[in-house]
Ligand binder design. Structure first.
Ligand code: FMN
Length: 311
C-alpha cells in the first residue's frame, strides 16, 4: 500500500479499446442520448455515454403503460423505441461528438444480419467509440433475450457483428441463464472486446384490484436496487473466466454498489435506474470511487478491479 493521500489517482480505464477517463458510464435506456440530461448534469465528466438501443430503422416500442415502480426498483417494457441508425446519426451524434466523451451505442436487431448491418453503418459514423450488443432485452418478441440465452446463438451473433466492424464490441449478456461462464466464453471466443452485464431480469406486476398485469406488455424487466446482489454474483462468476474487461451494472444507487462491482471483477460500471431519481448520481459515483481508492491507498483502478477477498 502506497501513501496516495496527496497523489493524483489514475482513474483511467481501457474498456476493450475504449479509452475512458474514469470507469463510470450510464446504462443504456436510462440516459436517453445524452443531450436530454445535458442541462441537468455535466455530461463531459462521464467516462463514456451509453445511448438507448438502436436498430436499423425507426421503432415505436411497446404500448403504454410501459413502466411501473415496484418495491426495490422498477419494471419497464419500453420495447426499444428508437430513431434508427440514420435518425440517431443525424439528430443525436452532433451533440454527443461535442462532449468529447466516448460514445457507446447500444444496438439490436431482429436477426443476425440486422445486427451486422447496424454495426457496419455505425462504423462509418464519426464519433462512435464502441458498440454494446443488446442480446438480452426481455421486452421485445423480435430479438433480445431469445438470442442471449443460447450460447450457440450468442457465439454466432457476436462473430457476425465482429466480421462487420472494427469498432470495440461489448455483448450485453443475459442474466437469466444457468451458468454465466458458458456465455462469457462463447462471447469472448467469438471476438468480444469487453462484456457488459446485467440487463434487466424478466418480471411481472399485477394490479390486484383490476386483476390485470400493470404493463401493457404484461411482462417487463426488473431494474434497480432489487437486482444488485444478483448482478454482483454474476459479475464475480464471469470474472473468473473473462479474459476481456467487464462493464457491470444493476442497481447502482451510489458509489458503494459501483465499488462492490469493481471488487467483484468489473473494470467499469454503468449507472441506470438511479438516473431517474438523481440525474447527477453518476458524478457522485465517480467522486466516491476516487475517495474510496484514496482511503484504501490505491493509485490505479488495477488495484481495485477483482480485489475481493474470498478466503
Ligand atoms: C427504462 C429502461 C430502458 C432500458 N433500455 C435498454 C436498452 O435500450 N438497451 C439495453 O441493453 N438495456 C436497456 N435497459 C437496461 C439497462 O441498461 C440496465 O442494464 C439495467 O436497467 C440494470 O441497471 P440498473 O439496475 O442500474 O437500472 C433499460 C433499462 C431501463 C430501466
Amino acid at each position: 500500500m502506497v501513501d496516495v493521500a496527496s497523489q493524483k489517482i489514475d482513474m483511467a480505464v481501457d474498456l476493450g479499446g475504449i479509452r475512458m477517463r474514469n470507469p463510470v458510464t450510464v446504462a443504456s435506456g436510462t440516459f436517453g442520448y445524452g443531450q436530454e440530461y445535458a442541462g441537468l448534469v455535466d455530461v463531459t465528466r462521464l467516462g463514456a455515454i451509453t445511448v438507448k438501443g438502436i436498430r436499423l430503422g425507426e421503432w415505436a416500442g411497446n404500448p403504454l403503460p410501459r413502466h411501473v415502480e415496484v418495491p426495490g426498483g422498477m419494471l419497464n417494457a419500453i420495447g426499444l423505441q428508437g430513431p434508427g441508425v440514420e435518425g440517431f446519426a443525424r439528430e443525436y451524434m452532433p451533440f454527443l461528438r461535442s462532449t468529447g466523451v466516448p460514445v457507446i451505442v447500444n444496438i439490436w436487431g431482429t436477426d443476425e444480419n440486422e445486427y451486422a448491418e447496424v454495426a457496419r453503418r455505425l462504423s462509418d459514423v464519426e464519433g462512435v467509440s464502441g458498440l454494446e450488443l443488446n442480446i438480452s432485452c426481455p421486452n421485445v418478441k423480435e430479438g433480445g433475450n431469445a438470442f442471449g440465452t443460447d450460447p450457440r446463438t450468442v457465439a454466432a451473433l457476436v462473430a457476425a457483428v465482429r466480421r462487420a466492424t472494427k469498432l470495440p464490441l461489448i455483448p450485453k449478456l443475459a442474466p437469466n441463464v444457468p451458468d454465466i461462464k458458458v456465455f462469457v466464453r462463447a462471447a469472448q471466443d467469438a471476438g468480444a472486446d469487453a462484456l457488459s452485464m446485467i440487463n434487466t431480469l424478466p418480471a411481472m406486476a399485477i394490479d390486484i384490484e383490476s386483476k390485470r398485469p400493470i404493463l401493457a406488455n404484461k411482462v417487463g424487466g426488473l431494474s434497480g436496487s432489487a437486482i444488485h446482489p444478483v448482478a454482483v454474483k454474476l459479475v464475480w462468476e464471469a470474472a473468473k473466466v473473462a479474459q476481456v474487461p467487464i462493464l457491470a451494472m444493476g442497481g447502482i444507487m451510489g458509489p458503494e454498489q459501483a465499488i462492490e462491482f469493481m471488487l467483484a471483477g468489473a473494470a467499469a460500471v454503468a449507472v441506470g435506474t438511479a438516473n431517474f431519481i438523481d440525474p447527477s448520481v453518476s458524478l457522485r459515483v465517480i467522486d466516491g470511487i476516487e475517495a474510496y481508492m484514496r482511503r484504501h491507498g490505491m493509485g490505479s483502478l488495477r488495484e481495485l478491479t477483482g480485489a475481493v477477498v474470498c478466503d
